[in-house]
Design a binder for this molecule. Structure first.
Ligand code: B1M
Length: 212
């Protein structure tokens, strides 16, 4: 089995140690950075996402795989920067103002990082201006908003409206998630997508960044 296939398989098993060691070995063998990324790490994570959707594996398995992916990405990142290989996309995420629930948002962040996205996590209780400022400054492709309270859901609309006022709405996709959310609510506030969990968020972000 070639080293990239081994990398993909160990990532699917969530073996962080082996993924780091194989990524390092692939770098030392001077394999192309893009190939290590595409045929090793991303290939493995794609299988993990498909198995999760088919209920063949469960959330802890996905999180282990995401952690392993992160370890591989950390080794590849300096090479990607040096070679000018763009990351698959930048995502600004956070829990909206007034809301202190961040467990789900953190899970979504881990999954997005695991899928190779550059994640700028603004934390919890984040006012609309900070989302839009960060998206502008970082030239992010996506803003990801999380809310767990019915009372804080309207802040999501404030972010959508502020992005429009600042003239960046056409350039950026806004995705929303959290237990009280729904597709209807996302449509109502003018967001681009409702994502029900981390795997679904990865799918949405891949679709919007053209990396699926
Ligand atoms: Co609070 N809380 N809480 N709470 N809390 C809920 C949300 C509640 C439903 C409990 C209940 O009454 N049954 C209720 C909300 C009712 C409502 O608005 N309809 C509630 C309440 C009322 C409150 C307080 C007001 C209680 C009080 O003080 N009187 C208070 C509010 C504080 C505030 O935010 N200002 C409060 C406080 C807290 C704690 C601080 C104690 C703690 C949060 C700790 C933390 O997050 N660091 C807490 C917790 C833990 C919960 C419950 C029990 C669990 C939430 C959780 O972490 N779930 C929750 C009840 C419940 O949901 N069963 C509850 C696990 C997590 C993995 O799931 O967050 O849904 P979830 O994330 C999922 C998806 O939703 C989705 O993907 C994730 C992974 O699958 N997702 C996204 C989430 N964000 C996404 C973003 C995306 C895409 C997908 O794209 C960007």
């Amino acid at each position: 089995m070639d080293i990239l296939q081994q990398l993909s398989e160990n990532l699917q098993k969530g073996d962080t140690g082996k993924v780091a060691a194989l990524t390092q070995a692939a770098i030392e063998q001077k394999l192309e950075t893009q190939a290590i990324l595409d045929r090793g790490l991303i290939a493995g994570m794609t299988v993990v996402g498909e198995k999760f959707k088919a209920h063949e594996i469960f959330l802890p398995d996905v999180l282990l795989a995401a952690r392993a992916m992160h370890a591989g990405m950390e080794l590849l990142k300096p090479l990607m920067i040096r070679e000018g290989i763009p990351t698959v996309g930048k995502v600004v995420i956070g829990t909206v103002q007034g809301d202190l629930h961040d467990i789900g948002k953190n899970l979504v962040g881990i999954m997005l990082k695991g899928a190779g996205f550059d994640v700028i996590d603004l934390g919890k209780d984040v006012p609309p201006e900070r989302f839009v400022d960060a998206a502008e400054k970082e030239k992010a492709a996506i803003i990801g908003l999380s809310a767990l309270l019915t009372t804080t859901m309207p802040v999501m609309k404030d972010v959508v409206d502020l992005a429009r006022e600042r003239g960046i709405r056409e350039k950026i996709k806004i995705i929303v998630g959290g237990a009280p959310l729904s597709k209807d609510y996302a449509d109502q506030i003018g967001a681009d997508a409702y994502c029900f969990d981390g795997v679904n968020a990865v799918d949405c972000v891949k679709r919007f960044t053209g990396s699926s």
